[in-house]
Design a protein around this ligand. Structure first.
Ligand SMILES: [Cu+2]
Length: 505
């Protein structure tokens, strides 16, 4: 018996030793071979190379994370193309996991949408893949991996795609990508889980605990603008008299309430779609949900240094601030952050001038569909459901080319927003909680449905394929809240490979 115990003890010590030595080699390697991220580049033209690779990234002077990047920066390169240009992007995967690129908001051909298992097979480590499409609609878009997005996007695998119109009406143009990070990252890392298991924790306990930690949004304690937080956020410089366009794009999993100080501004586009005759507004918060983009314009007519900042009471908020600095400014700035005060929220349901819209509430539609979005407990885990089902068992919205489609989105969850994103199409927002939209027609690809709210949207089925319609809080998507708009008779041009670990949600 004693011998047996000694044997076990030896075995245990041996495993412990093997474990810790493997770990130290790993971390030494990490330190010596991993590079640091560089500044995000702006790339123009029509052909781009994007390399998915690992790099060490500093969120601020204290917090450094292991990021997954495109071209060694977070965000990846800002791609600027001209309206109507045919563009080509070569993706090379140098990461240990498969990846794809989804062109968020861009209306393109279905086989270029970058959805593993739905429009292509995930691009394996060491492999390459080429995307090409026409940048037909000017506006602010994003690109990001759509493979295991809840983990991969969270690590920094994203960037912006700006389709510039033929005629540009502004002097300065800045993109600001909003995101959240954890100073103590919780990952679903297999090696980590095995290690934990050795210390006697049950597999199921461990994964349940990790899952609930990852779901708990309070772990996201650092908010970033273009990958940086606090003093590290780049200052925007403007000259007096200039017309400035800011493109605010939320790639994170939380909504952010953005306040521009010191200036009247117009919301000129939402989700890449221009708004007709926008009014000047001031001191209103733009609530920007995951997946949404807001383009604002203002005239630099108030010299000084001004904040553009996130409002709210939670931990990460204070780091999400950019300074807008006038060139050759002589006076000391007197602007102060006021991120905890409450301000009225911008409402796109009543904004802009009422112009004849493509769709109305009472016209006849070929397809009408209701999506009840909910949170449920299944097998000790929280799942996110559409009509009580989770992906891939959710019902497809079946359409034929040319169909006019009306969708009612209802959030039945108690406390969580569901920013629902449709691929390949823009929809028009017709009503909110039974009240018809009043201002300019609002076209979007992402709509944030808050608990208890109901929106009706409409679109024309004019782009054949299989298109995801899913929650862009990717925690919710990965836990079921995904469905497909599926065109009858559409045949995919690839064979889904069961061995490549396609993870579309
Ligand atoms: Cu959701």
């Amino acid at each position: 018996m004693k011998l047996k115990i000694a044997g076990f003890l030896l075995l245990f010590l041996f495993i412990l030793g093997a474990c810790s030595s493997a770990e130290s080699t790993d971390s030494e390697q990490t330190e010596s071979s991993r590079k640091e991220t560089e500044k995000t580049e702006v790339l123009t033209g029509n052909t781009f190379d994007l390399v998915a690779e690992e790099a060490a990234h500093s969120l601020n002077s204290e917090v450094h994370v292991e990021a997954w990047t495109f071209n060694n920066s977070v965000p990846g390169p800002e791609l600027r193309v001209k309206e109507g240009e045919e563009i080509k992007i070569n993706l090379k995967n140098k990461l240990p996991d498969p990846v794809t690129i989804h062109w968020h908001g861009v209306p393109l051909e279905n086989n270029m949408d970058g959805i593993p298992g739905v429009t292509q097979n995930a691009v394996q480590p060491g492999d390459s893949y080429t995307y090409n499409f026409t940048a037909s609609v000017p506006g602010t878009y994003m690109y990001h991996t759509h493979q295991d997005g809840v983990n991969q996007v969270d690590k920094g695998l994203y960037g912006s795609l700006i389709v510039e119109p033929d005629e540009v009406s502004y002097d300065q143009d800045y993109v600001m990508m909003l995101d959240e990070w954890m100073s103590n990252p919780v990952t679903m890392d297999m090696a980590n889980m095995n290690h934990e298991n050795m210390s006697g924790m049950e597999d199921s306990e461990e994964s349940a605990e990790e899952k609930s930690m990852a779901d708990d949004m309070s772990n996201y304690d650092i908010f970033t603008i273009n990958g940086k937080s606090g003093d590290e956020v780049e200052t925007l410089t403007v000259k007096e008299g200039e017309k400035v366009r800011l493109r605010l794009a939320n790639i994170g999993f939380m909504s952010h309430q953005i306040h521009l100080h010191g200036h009247d501004f117009k919301v000129v586009a939402i989700d890449g779609q221009e708004i007709k005759n926008p009014d000047d507004i001031k001191d209103q918060l733009l609530s920007i949900a995951p997946g949404e983009r807001y383009d604002i314009e203002f005239t630099a007519d108030n010299p000084g240094e001004w904040y553009l900042e996130c409002h709210g009471e939670i931990e990460g908020t204070k780091g999400m601030k950019a300074r807008i600095q006038y060139e050759n400014q002589e006076n000391e700035s007197t602007d102060k952050p006021n991120d905890t005060i409450d301000l009225p929220k911008f409402d796109f349901m009543t904004y802009g001038e009422d112009k004849k819209a493509a769709f109305t509430l009472d016209q006849i539609y070929d397809v009408e569909y209701t999506m009840n979005l909910n949170t449920e407990a299944k097998n000790n885990a929280t799942v996110y459901t559409i009509n009580r089902k989770t992906y891939p068992d959710t019902d497809n919205i079946q359409v034929e080319k040319g169909d006019l489609v009306k969708v009612k989105l209802v959030n039945k969850s108690d406390s969580e927003d569901h920013p629902m994103h449709l691929h390949g199409h823009f929809f028009q927002v017709l009503s909110k909680n039974g009240k018809p939209a009043e201002g300019a027609p609002i076209l979007k690809d992402t709509i944030n449905v808050k608990p208890g709210d109901e929106y009706i949207v409409a679109f024309k089925a004019d782009n054949p394929g299989n298109w995801l319609f899913h929650c862009h809080d990717l925690h919710h998507a990965s836990a079921g809240m995904v469905s497909l708009v599926s065109y009858k008779d559409y045949i995919v041009d690839f064979s889904p490979d069961p061995d490549v670990n396609n993870k579309p949600e």
